[in-house]
Design a protein around this ligand. Structure first.
Ligand code: DX5
Ligand code: ZN
Length: 225
């Protein structure tokens, strides 16, 4: 049965070639990426360090695609303005890292960006309940954050279905559900079917011989829905 629900593909730049980021962005645009997923890690909230606002600003100059900034950092409030000024579209913060989550989400919106909230795989969905009406996106991690190329944790399926129900219950169906970690051509259909709108994939795209073809195949997996 056809569905009205759109699938957004959000390739993660973490698996791109950083020496030729501009070329990779062009390739992703041609392949029909909907968002560019930007993984920001601080070596404190997660045991890895990646990129920050200067790279977001550089990306903003070469693409009009929405920049989906996933902040895996402690004390995200300190950097919200920097990411907004750099041109972030979505700014998503971890519930485990934001001490005053409502204020943080409010601030992201004030700065002209779209606020998102994200949960590690074992964080209770009950932590979402009171922030859900205020966010544009819920990002469910399907790996522990910190590295690309990890194995998918299948509890994502029931978590996505549950969040979809929670959104329906509070009349906020416009909010996007995003999944991140271990998603590849082989499981993208199951992920979508569980209720996810935005699929992040890093190694599942860049780790294949022909990333453009892989993205095309990912969409084709869902055509008969
Ligand atoms: C993990 C990051 C992911 C990562 C996904 O901490 O948040 O966005 O890039 O990579 P894959 O798709 O390889 O699991
Ligand atoms: Zn991410």
């Amino acid at each position: 049965m056809p569905t009205a629900r759109k699938l957004y593909l959000a390739p993660s730049l973490l698996s791109a070639n950083f020496t030729q980021l501009g070329d990779d962005v062009r390739m992703l645009e041609e392949a029909g990426a909907d968002f560019l997923h930007v993984d920001v890690m601080d070596g404190h909230f997660v045991p890895n360090i990646t990129i920050g606002p200067p790279v977001v600003a550089a990306l903003r100059k070469v693409t009009e695609l929405p920049l989906d900034c996933h902040l895996m950092i402690s004390d995200p409030d300190r950097y919200l303005e920097d990411f907004a000024q750099a041109g972030a579209t979505f700014i998503t913060v971890h519930v485990e890292a934001a001490l005053h989550l409502h204020r943080t989400i409010d601030r992201i919106r004030q700065l002209g960006c779209r606020p998102g909230v994200t949960l590690n795989p074992a964080t209770s969905l009950s932590t979402l309940e009171d922030i859900l009406p205020y966010v544009d996106l819920v990002l469910l991690m399907s790996v522990e954050p910190g590295f690309g190329g990890q194995a998918f944790i299948p509890t994502l399926f029931r978590r996505a279905a549950r969040v979809r129900q929670m959104l329906a219950d509070c009349g906020h169906e416009d909010c996007l559900i995003e999944a991140d970690g271990g998603i590849k051509l082989e499981n993208i259909r199951d992920v979508y079917e569980s209720g996810v709108d935005v699929v992040v994939s890093g190694s599942g795209i860049f780790g294949t011989p022909d990333p453009k073809l892989t993205m095309k195949q990912m969409r084709a997996e869902l055509l008969d829905f």
